[in-house]
Write a protein that binds this ligand. Sequence first.
Ligand SMILES: [Zn+2]
Ligand SMILES: [Zn+2]
Length: 142
Amino acid sequence: MARKTGQCLHGAVTFTAVVGDTIQACHCVQCQRWTGGGPYFAVAIENLEMPGAESMRDHHASERGERTVCGTCGSTIYWKMQGKAPQILAAGLLDDQSGMRVTEEIFVDYRPSWIPAFGGARQSAEADEMAKLDAYLASQST
Ligand SMILES: [Zn+2]
Ligand SMILES: [Zn+2]
């Protein structure tokens, strides 16, 4: 984990965060449309500081999820649970992506045939992710 900087395409949304060097690729249909040709490449973040956040816009594309973009340039910023702090952020926003690699692919049952799998990355299907979500929601409701 290291503190890194990043920004949206037009530069109004800037941030610093402590990020890991592993990337999760989500191939779900929503991420394909959201990114304009997925997957959504996400890095885990901690201690996010985002001074330009007021220029972002949120879209509730599903019952629990929230997809945030720059309201001006449309850059993909992050997916998060509604009402929660973001835990992952789009890897492409980072100024320095050196040393990072894709270690997990999720919703692989929706990966388009023209996108090859990443060598060595864990593969997780929709059913696996839904089971994880159910377990998470159960842990939150107790
Ligand atoms: Zn997705
Ligand atoms: Zn922007």
